[in-house]
Write a protein that binds this ligand. Structure first.
Ligand code: AMP
Length: 139
């Protein structure tokens, strides 16, 4: 079963496509959180960012980098929230990697990325040191 975004890539369902190259495609979100809310995806179907091969991840970032100023200019935005819901627990609904480009405006009433997680944990210095080391060990 292909994802709804693969159906867009294959032209089986309509979308307001704003950019396309060999590896990536960008189109307007069907339920925009702001005018110009755009999704950037790899054409190939990977569920999470963790699954995307390095070369395609680079291509994905290049498209994001290209799209951000275009989206901001198109809707005269003051800023952009650029974010992935990476996995179901983070709120990902469509199991096909996608980057949200959400134009932001002074006083739009939205929050920063800091508002998306739960209650901030209280971590001692030793715990922070251990987490940092463990992350480094997994690279
Ligand atoms: P997420 O919660 O990060 O998985 O977000 C999925 C996003 O895909 C939502 O913002 C939806 O509005 C958007 N979406 C779902 N179906 C379509 C579609 N057919 N065309 C464009 N955007 C879509």
């Amino acid at each position: 079963m292909s994802t709804i975004f693969t159906k867009i890539v294959e032209g089986e369902i309509p979308a307001r496509i704003v950019y396309e190259d060999e590896t990536t495609i960008a189109f307007l979100d069907a339920n925009p959180l702001a005018p110009g809310h755009t999704l950037v995806i790899p054409k190939a179907e990977y569920e999470r960012l963790n699954d995307v091969p390095a070369e395609e991840a680079t291509a994905l970032y290049e498209t994001i980098h290209r799209l951000v100023p275009a989206v901001e200019a198109a809707v005269d935005a003051d800023a952009t929230t650029v974010a992935f819901n990476n996995g179901e627990a983070a709120g990902q609904e469509v199991p096909h990697v996608h980057c949200h480009l959400i134009p932001r405006f002074e006083g739009d009433g939205g929050g920063p990325i800091h508002a998306v997680a739960g209650e901030p944990p209280e971590l001692a210095d030793e715990e922070l040191d251990e987490v940092a080391e463990t992350i480094a060990d997994h690279l």
